[in-house]
Design a protein around this ligand. Structure first.
Ligand code: IPM
Ligand code: MN
Length: 368
C-alpha cells in the first residue's frame, strides 16, 4: 500500500517523539511492503516565530494533500503571554476545525509492567480498559461569542458552551459504535443539573441510545465521573463527553496508566467503519499523543515516545485499516516494557532507563 503521511512535530518534545514514530512506521513499511511518503511543515510556537501564524498556509496545504496526519505537540512558556494575539494552540485547534475532526478517541490501557508507576493501588487497576470519546470541534473551545473586553467597571471575558443536536448525536454515535464491539457499556457525561447545553446533551443521548438497545447507557455527571475514575476505573468501558470535560477527564484518566507519556489519540471526522476498512479520500484524520510539548524536558532526549508511537499505530488502524501492522506496534511496546526497559517518566530506581531514541530503536527493531 502507498500513503502520504503528514508529520507535524510542533514544539518542545513534539519533534523528538514523532521522529521515533517515523522510525517505527519505516520499520512497518519495510516489513509489510508499504510505501509511506512523508511531508512536513511548521506548526505551533515555532511557526509563530518564523511565519507569524500558528498554522501557516503551506502547512495547511501539506495536511490537505496527505492521507493522514501525525501530530506532535504545541506550546511552551515562550508563547504563554495571556495578551498574545496568536497562540501555538491555535495551530492544533485550527487543524481540528478545518479537518472536521469531531471525535477524539483516547484509549486508556493498563500495562501490567507499569502498575507500580500508577498512583493508584494495584487492585483498583484490575480490569481497567476504557476509551474516552471527546467531542473535539464544539463546546467551550469554539462557541461564539468568545472574547475579552473592557468596561467602565473593569475587564470582562466570555466563552460560550454551545452545541447543536447534530453535533451531540454524531459524537455519541461514535461512542455507541465502539461500545458495540467492546463491553457494551457507554457512560455519557454531562452537567445537566446546571447547564442547558448538558440537558440537550442528555436528551440526545437518550434518543441515540434507542438505536443501540444492546449497549447499556449510563448518564453520569462529569464531576462525579472525575471521582469514579479514581474510585472505580474498571467500571468504565466507553465514555463520551463534551470537549472541555473530555479534555480534563482524559488527563486524569491518563495517569491511571502510570504516565501521560503512554496515551495516544485519534481524531476522526466520521464514524469508525463497521468492517474495520476505512474509505480512502476526503480529508485526513489526525493522530497525536494526549500529552503536551513538555518544555521542561524538551531537547534532553529523555521523553517517552510511546504515546506518539501508539498514535502512529492508531493511524495505521483507523486511517488505513492496517490492523495487523497496528497490532505489531502495540505488541512491540508491550515486549520492550516486559523486557524491563523504561523511559524516565515510568522508570524505577536501578531500572533500565533509556533515552527517547534508544527506546524508539528497540520498538522499531522488534517491529521490523
Ligand atoms: C489536548 C491539549 C489541547 C486541548 C491544547 C494543546 C489546545 O490539551 O489535546 O488535550 O486542550 O485540546
Ligand atoms: Mn488536554
Amino acid at each position: 500500500m502507498k500513503a502520504k503521511i503528514a508529520i507535524l512535530g510542533g514544539d518542545g518534545i513534539g519533534p523528538e517523539v514523532t521522529a521515533e514514530s517515523m522510525k517505527v512506521l519505516e520499520a512497518i513499511g519495510s516489513r509489510y511492503g508499504h510505501e509511506f511518503e512523508y511531508s512536513t511543515g511548521p506548526v505551533g510556537g515555532n511557526a509563530i516565530d518564523d511565519f507569524g501564524e500558528a498554522l501557516p498556509a503551506k502547512t495547511e496545504a501539506v495536511v490537505l494533500a496527505s492521507d493522514a496526519v501525525l501530530f506532535g505537540a504545541v506550546g511552551g512558556p515562550k508563547w504563554d503571554d495571556p495578551a498574545a494575539k496568536t497562540r501555538p494552540e491555535d495551530g492544533i485547534l485550527a487543524l481540528r476545525k478545518t479537518l472536521g475532526l469531531f471525535a477524539n478517541l483516547r484509549p486508556v490501557k493498563i500495562y501490567p509492567e507499569l502498575i507500580n508507576a500508577s498512583p493508584l493501588r494495584p487492585e483498583r487497576l484490575e480490569g481497567v480498559d476504557m476509551i474516552i470519546v471527546r467531542e473535539l470541534t464544539g463546546g467551550l473551545y469554539f462557541g461564539k461569542p468568545k472574547k475579552r473586553w473592557e468596561t467602565s467597571r473593569g475587564r470582562r471575558a466570555v466563552d460560550t458552551l454551545k452545541y447543536t443536536e447534530q453535533e451531540i448525536a454524531r459524537v455519541l454515535r461514535v461512542g455507541f459504535e465502539l461500545a458495540k464491539n467492546r463491553r457494551k457499556r457507554l457512560h455519557s457525561l454531562d452537567k445537566m443539573n446546571v447547564l442547558e447545553s448538558s440537558r440537550l446533551w442528555r436528551e440526545v443521548a437518550i434518543e441515540v441510545g434507542q438505536e443501540y438497545p444492546d449497549v447499556e447507557l449510563i448518564h453520569m455527571l462529569a464531576d462525579n465521573a472525575a471521582m469514579q475514575l479514581v474510585m472505580r476505573p474498571a467500571e468504565f468501558d466507553v465514555i463520551v463527553a463534551e470537549n472541555m470535560f473530555g479534555d480534563i477527564l482524559s488527563d486524569e484518566a491518563s495517569v491511571l496508566t502510570g504516565s501521560m507519556g503512554m496515551l495516544p489519540s485519534a481524531s476522526l471526522s466520521s464514524l469508525p467503519p463497521a468492517d474495520g476498512k476505512p474509505k480512502r479520500g476526503g480529508k485526513p484524520a489526525l493522530y497525536e499523543p494526549i500529552h503536551g510539548s513538555a518544555p521542561d524536558i524538551a531537547g534532553q532526549g529523555i521523553a517517552n515516545p510511546c504515546a506518539s508511537i501508539l498514535s502512529a499505530a492508531m493511524l495505521l488502524r483507523w486511517s488505513f485499516g492496517l490492523h495487523e501492522e497496528a497490532d505489531a506496534i502495540e505488541s512491540a511496546i508491550e515486549g520492550v516494557l516486559s523486557e524491563g526497559y523504561r523511559t524516565m517518566d515510568i522508570g524505577v530506581p536501578g531500572g533500565n532507563t533509556l533515552g527517547t531514541t534508544e527506546f524508539g530503536d528497540l520498538i522499531a527493531g522488534r517491529v521490523g
